[in-house]
Structures are given as C-alpha cells and as structure tokens.
Design a protein around this ligand. Structure first.
Ligand code: MGD
Ligand code: MGD
Ligand code: SF4
Ligand code: MO
Length: 759
C-alpha cells in the first residue's frame, strides 16, 4: 500500500474524531497529560526491548511509575512470562546514568567531553554535515546502521529519502548464516516447532542462556513434559548441555563435519524420507554424491566426536522422524563456512521430511495466505504504509562490490564492509555513519578496526540509551526514549497462525528523549525531505496499518498481543483436520488429509534446493554443499569462543544497575589441564592475546570446557569511562576477534586463536 500526504491526513483526522481512540492514544510526545490508563495504575500490554527477541509484556504502573514487568498472559507460547532481563526494564528506565538530553562532543573524539544541546541544534548540526558530505562525496557515502526491528525501518527510510543505499542491520553479526541459507534452500525463512519435537539435535543453540522466551519454554516443555531427547554439541558445558541427555564437546568450528556425516548415514542407510525428497527437493543427487565421502569415521577426526555416536545419533534421528528436529541455531558466527553449515542443518530436516510436521520446521502463516486456505477472513491483514515515490538511488551498496554477497546484501547487509569503505575506500569512501540501537565497538568484532574507522569519519551520530563504547566516539549522541516510554507500529509475528502485537508507552517520557521514529522524521524535515514524511504521529501510522480501522487498532492495543485462528501445519493431518473443521469453506484437503500441495517455495525451481544453481552462479563451486577445512587458530594458540549469559544482553545491558549487580565480570573458562602448566589457579589474573588485541581478566578453572579452548560470556570489558558500572570489568571479546567476511552469507567470525598467560 502506498500513501500520499492527503490520505495520511485523512486518517489522522479520523483518529482525532474517533473518540474510542482519543483517550487511548498518548499522541505526540509531551503534548498530552499522562493517559488515564497510566494514571489508574493498570497494566499496559507492550513489547520488551531488553533483547531483540521482543517478548510480549505487561507493564504495571502505579502513580506514573513503572513498578513491575510481567509477561502478557495472552501470549500463550511465551507462557505469560519474561526473563530476568525483561523483568528489570525499570532499572534501565530509572537509571540516573541513562541519556536524557542530546549531547555534542566538545573535545577530541573519545575524550569524553560533552555538552548538552537542544534537539533542534542537534538536528541542525547533523543536517549541515550530512549535506556537506552529500555535496562532496555523494549521498551514498553516508552509512546507516540499526539493529533490525521497527526502529530500523525509520532510520532506513531516512537513508533512502536522503539517497544512500547503504543500510545495515546487525544481520552479519548474528542471524544471516541461517537467514541466507534459508533463502537458498526454501526461498525464505522457516520457524521451528521445538515444543512438538521428540528428538532434538542442537549445535550450540544455547536456549537456556541465549534466551528466547517462546523457544526456551518450548524446549523446556519438550524435554520435561514430553520426554524429548536432547543431544547437544558445544565445546563447553553450557546450561543447555547441562540439561541435555548427551553432550559432545565438539572442536570449535567443525559442526559442518558432523552435519554432513549425519546426512551421509541417513542416505547410505536409506533412513531418509525418499518420498518427500522425490517430490519436494531439487539437487538431492548432487548432494548425495558429494556426502558419500563424509563418513562418521572421517567426521570423528575433524570434530573429536566418536564415529559410533554420530552413526547412532543419525539412526535415532531417523527413528523419531518426522517429529524430530535438527536445530539450525541462532548466532551463526562459529566458522567462515556458516553458509554450508546452516544449509546442511536445514538439509537434515529436509531429509527426515519434518517440513510442516509437528516437531519440525514450518513457514510463518500470515493473514493473507491463512485466510485463503480458510476460505474466509479469519484474521485481518495489515497494510504497509509507505511513500509512493522515493528517490531513485543509482549508487550500488558497498557490500555489493563482491557479487557473491548479493543475498546477504539484500537481507540486512554486511556491516563489516563499512569498515573497509571508511579505511580503504573500497569500493568507495564512506564519510559519515549514523548508528542507532547498535554498538559495533562491542559487537562487530575487530574492535581496533572499528575504533580506527569511527575516528577517521567526518560525521558519527549515535542514537542510544547510554553512552556506549560506540557513542563515546560520536560527534552527536541522540537519546532515545526507552521502550517503556514509546509507541511503535503494530508488528506481525505470525507463527502457526496470524499474530500481531504492539509496543505502547507505559510511562511518560523521562528527560528530553524522543522515540526514534520521531527523531529520524524530524531530522528528515531538517534535511528538506518533508515530502517523504506524510505522517505526523505514530497513531497515524498505526491507523494506516489497520486500513483506518480504529476498532481493530483499539483491540490490538487493549490486548497487546492477538492471535487469530487455529495453529496450522500444512503436512500434519491432525492439524489440517482441525482447521477444516473450524472453517467450512476451507480449501479441499489432499488425499492424505493434508494441505501439502499448498506448500510454496520461493526458489528458482519452486522446490527445496538442497543444491542450488543460483548459489553456483554467485560463487562457482559453492552450488553443492561440501566440506572445506578451516584454520581458526595457530598451533600454539587456544580456540577462543563466546556465548550469551542469562542475565545480560549482548553488548547492551552491562551498565543497567540491577543486571550489573547480578553480574559485572566475565571470568574466562579454562580447563584444569590447560591452566596447570601456566600455574593458573581459579581467580588468578590472566591475559589473552593475539594479533587483534590483548585482554586481561580472571580465570575460572572448570572441566566444562575443552582443553584446547577458552570461553567468555560476551559484552563485558567496555573501555569508555562513561559506562561506570561496566568499564574495565572483564575481557572485551570483540577486541580479540578478526575482521572477516564469510562467503555468501557475509558473516563476521567470533572464533579466534589466542595465547594464554598468567599475569
Ligand atoms: N564477540 C562477540 N560479538 C558478538 C556476539 C558474540 O557472541 N560475541 N554476538 C553477536 C550477536 S548474536 C548480536 S545480535 C550482536 C548484537 O549487537 P548489537 O546489534 O550491537 O546489539 P545490542 O548489543 O543488543 O544492543 C545495541 C545497543 O542498543 C542500545 N539500546 C537498547 N535499547 C535501546 C533503545 O530502545 N533505543 C536505542 N536507540 N538503543 C537502545 C544498547 O544500549 C546497546 O548499546 O552482537 C554480536 N556480536
Ligand atoms: N540472556 C540472553 N539471551 C539472549 C541474548 C543475550 O545476549 N542474553 N541475545 C539474543 C540474541 S541476539 C541471540 S542471537 C541469541 C543467541 O543465541 P545462541 O546462538 O544460542 O547463543 P550463544 O550463547 O551466543 O552461542 C551459542 C553457543 O555456542 C557455543 N559455541 C561457540 N562456538 C561453537 C562451535 O564452533 N560449535 C558449537 N556447536 N558451539 C559453539 C557457545 O559455547 C554457546 O554455548 O540469544 C538471544 N537471547
Ligand atoms: S527474552 Fe527476556 S529480555 Fe529478551 S525480549 Fe524476552 S523477556 Fe525481554
Ligand atoms: Mo543475535
């Protein structure tokens, strides 16, 4: 749907006339008194932002103050619960150290000298510098980065209106290994029905520490209520490994060898679902031919996992098929061969035919397709408000210089390429970087190179809630209101049935902060780009999403989280029978009582592409999956790996009072056999070093790690003085990681070699 100013204004007019909404919508920030909802101390349903899982929450407010955050009981899959971080949102909200006023740098970059300024001055300074850069180097020489989500859309809209194609999310530091692999195989993303699985193979998907409330709870249910068996491969004894039936301390970066050997056994022993493969899979023969050589005995040598176990696990997987799953993971930065690793993990699910089956992988059921299957309008569809005529941008994206990264460039981009463009002008110079809700100094890897790049730029703008390590190097810092103080668009999180939820302001704004949709719009106006901003408030945008249906918007806001219809898995007869029972005009079932014939794969062949001609064209030799050995460390080094800890988020929460109190340091996990020759004891001061950097921390001696590997929870060890509860505590992982770009998916690498010594 496109929209001009007139239709937007009509909708805006409707919103002020629609009295049901008027008392509910807080309106433009600062313009209205606290809404009755806030004043009466009710719960406001909203969306957490303490991590990007973005769980549905319910924020209780008494006398204008947020006093607790619980889950939204309407969100059954989330159990109506939040995690420890989600429950401490008010500690961020009321932290006296958070940013409450725009800041201008007055000393040298990184010198920590700031002056508070008014918003209008901040916009004017940024706009002037942006126009200068545009005149001298072209609009494309400004890059825009934001962690993906509703905030990113507004920053990227500004980028496009300004004329730069260079927009980046956090994708290449987190999900793009599996995202790009899913594009190649399925033509789009797939979800996992962990709760329905009887047998789960898990390659370092740390769900009991790297928490995603719905998936973490699904795994707990599968294990505790349904007796599912869990097999974990992880170089260290994670909490997930602790709760598993079997744990294999795999050699870092070698998971692909196990995945290929599991495939080899399934094919060699004819344990795979041949009927499914025949009907839905393209490129099976080439894959089968390639994997013949990848026997469990071969994989055992690469991985240190016994061949007999690999063979047995493959048979057990097949035995539980199709209600079994090989989890494709979340953070995909273990190896430069992420693309083939994640393709093979998907491939194992395809081989056992669990697609659209209980306990397997499935595609999100959005309203449009769901309604078509039901033969009636079960769920409302949402419009995508936009602007009909955006400027044409002729400059290529910087990450398109390498054609094999085309798929990655189209889904979030390769953010490390900003560093090359700043420091080496490849493929052309980037001169300005506008960063929102992203902390590359902690999270891109190669801290030293990120620092060099930030210091070399003509303009650095950071929008955050703290003076992070990245913000510490900015020219202007823009303080965003926290998620508890702002409204945002309705989000579509359809799973097995269409589902919407919405972020709502729970308390009045503290200090002089603004939501990022408004920040980037106001900067747009200052840049003379008002024609691209026909909306005037978030409620205008929300109403436009609902097609001007005020009662629908009101309903979604009151519930916070609304799920429509019956859960549907297209190849699960019981699910399809229930669906057809509920909707008399539903599509006719296939002879096997499923909707299998309704499955669509948006790939060139229309099938699941286990081998891909499209990938072959992008990068000759990569169409068919194969094993390429990787060297992640020198012989005298240890592997250095990282993971999430349950009480912190990435490089984000270490200064939040309640969470800093729970944990403020990341001791380095070292095996006793590794520590002994160095004379290192528990709690000793140690140093990790490599050519990327040197970090000092403390030792945690534990059997729960391979002797050739050391581990640290990420996000600690900030180096700027502004983060007083986090700075100088623990090792900074990004400082020890290389600058790298993985083939096809463009991932950065979070595994490195390090030397260890006692200080
Ligand atoms: N060494 C190492 N590096 C890693 C990883 C690792 O395991 N090891 N993990 C990777 C992964 S999986 C990911 S997803 C990335 C994440 O890295 P990033 O994308 O950088 O995300 P976060 O660290 O979660 O948060 C970034 C910033 O958002 C700010 N923030 C929080 N709420 C708001 C808000 O409402 N508005 C604004 N404007 N800012 C806000 C926080 O203060 C923080 O500075 O890191 C990656 N980097
Ligand atoms: N509490 C908490 N929850 C979070 C987050 C958080 O920061 N804190 N972040 C959110 C985000 S952005 C994400 S992406 C997810 C991340 O979710 P996950 O990807 O599950 O989490 P991680 O802990 O980063 O890494 C997973 C595991 O990989 C192991 N590992 C390291 N190298 C290898 C290897 O080569 N092979 C194998 N098999 N394992 C390896 C680590 O020891 C770790 O246990 O969590 C989300 N939830
Ligand atoms: S997993 Fe925890 S921190 Fe992340 S969104 Fe959910 S409740 Fe919030
Ligand atoms: Mo992530």
């Amino acid at each position: 749907m496109t929209m001009n100013r007139r239709s937007f204004l009509q909708i805006a007019g409707a919103s002020s006339a629609g009295c049901a909404l008027a008392s509910f919508l807080p309106g433009t920030l600062g313009a209205l008194a606290p809404s009755p909802l806030i004043a009466t101390g009710k719960r406001t349903p909203s969306i957490c932002e303490m991590c990007s899982t973005r769980c549905p929450i319910s924020a209780r407010v008494v006398d204008g103050r947020n006093v607790s955050i619980l889950g939204n009981p309407n969100a059954k899959a989330f159990g109506g619960k939040v995690c420890a971080r989600g429950g401490s949102g008010h500690s961020l909200l009321y932290d006296p150290d958070r940013l409450v006023k725009p800041l201008k740098r007055i000393g040298k970059r990184g010198a920590g000298q700031w002056q508070t300024i008014e918003w209008d001055e901040a916009y004017a300074l940024i706009a002037e510098r942006m126009q200068q850069i545009k005149q001298q180097h072209g609009a494309e020489s400004i890059a825009f980065t934001s962690k993906s989500g509703s905030l990113a859309n507004h920053l990227f809209h500004l980028s496009k209106a300004f004329g730069s194609p260079n927009t980046f999310t956090h994708a290449s530091t987190c999900p793009n290994g599996y995202v790009v692999a899913a594009k190649a195989l399925f033509g789009g993303g797939v979800k996992r029905d962990i709760g329905g699985a009887k047998y789960i193979i898990n390659f370092g998907h740390n769900l009991y520490e790297g928490i995603n409330m719905s998936e973490t709870r699904a795994m707990m249910q599968a294990q505790m209520d349904k007796g599912a068996k869990l097999v974990v491969f992880d170089p260290r004894f994670s909490i997930c490994a602790d709760k598993a039936d079997e744990w294999y301390p795999i050699r870092p970066g070698t998971d692909l060898a196990i995945a290929l050997a599991l495939s080899q056994v399934l094919i060699e022993e004819r344990l795979y679902d041949a009927a499914f493969v025949d009907q839905y899979v393209e490129g099976f023969a080439a894959f089968a031919q390639q994997v013949r050589q990848y026997t469990p005995e071969w994989a055992a040598e690469q991985t240190d996992v016994p061949a007999a176990d690999i063979r047995r696990i493959a048979r057990e997987l097949a035995h539980h098929a199709p209600h079994a799953m090989v989890d494709f993971g979340h953070r995909t930065t273990f190896t430069p061969e992420e693309f083939d690793l994640r393709r093979t993990l998907y491939g194992l699910n395809v081989l056992i035919g669990n697609i659209e089956r209980k306990g397997g992988l499935y595609m999100g059921k959005k309203a449009k397709g769901y309604n078509q299957l039901a033969g009636e309008k079960v769920a409302p569809t949402l419009a995508k408000p936009g602007v009909a005529s955006m400027p044409t941008i002729s400059a290529p994206r910087i990450d398109q210089a390498d054609p094999q990264l085309a798929m990655a460039a189209a889904s979030g981009g390769v953010s490390q390429s900003v560093l090359d463009a700043v420091l080496e002008q490849t493929p052309y110079a980037i001169k300005g970087w506008i960063i929102s809700r992203n902390n590359p100094m902690q999270t891109i890897a190669s801290r030293g190179r990120v620092e060099q790049a930030l210091k070399a730029l003509d303009l650095v703008v950071v929008c955050d809630v703290y003076i992070t390590e990245t913000a510490a190097l900015a020219d202007i810092i823009l303080p965003e209101s926290t998620y508890l103080e702002r409204d945002e668009e309705i989000s579509d999180i359809s799973g097995k049935s269409p589902t919407y939820y919405v972020r709502q302001k729970a308390v009045e704004v503290i200090g002089d902060t603004r939501p990022s949709w408004q920040i980037w719009q106001q900067l747009g106006h200052k840049l003379g780009l008002s024609q691209y901003y026909p909306w005037d408030s978030m409620s205008t945008l929300q109403l436009a999403q609902t097609g001007n249906d005020a009662s629908l918007l009101n309903h979604i806001k009151q519930q916070g989280f609304v799920s429509y219809g019956e859960p549907l898995l297209l190849r699960e007869p019981a699910s399809v029978n229930t669906f057809c029972g509920a909707y008399p005009n539903a599509r006719e079932q296939d002879p096997d009582q499923t909707f299998a014939s309704a499955m669509r794969f948006n790939t060139p062949s229309g099938k699941i592409e286990l081998s891909s001609a499209k990938v072959e064209a992008l990068s000759p030799g990569r169409g068919v999956i194969r094993y390429r050995p990787v060297k992640l460390k020198q012989d005298n080094e240890l592997y250095f790996i990282q993971g999430k800890v349950a009480v912190h988020t990435n490089g984000a929460t270490h200064n939040i009072p309640m969470l800093a109190e729970l944990m403020s340091d990341n001791a380095v996990w070292i095996h006793p056999d590794t520590a002994a020759p160095h004379g290192i004891k528990n709690g000793d001061a140690i140093e990790l070093a490599n050519r990327n950097g040197t970090e000092q921390g403390t030792a945690l001696i534990t059997q729960g790690i391979r002797p050739d590997t050391v581990f640290a929870y990420m996000g600690f060890g900030a180096k700027n003085p502004e983060l007083k509860r986090a700075t100088g505590r623990g090792v900074h992982c990004g400082n020890l990681l290389p600058h790298s770009v993985a083939p096809i998916c463009g991932m950065s690498l979070h595994t490195a070699g390090v030397t260890l010594r006692k200080i």
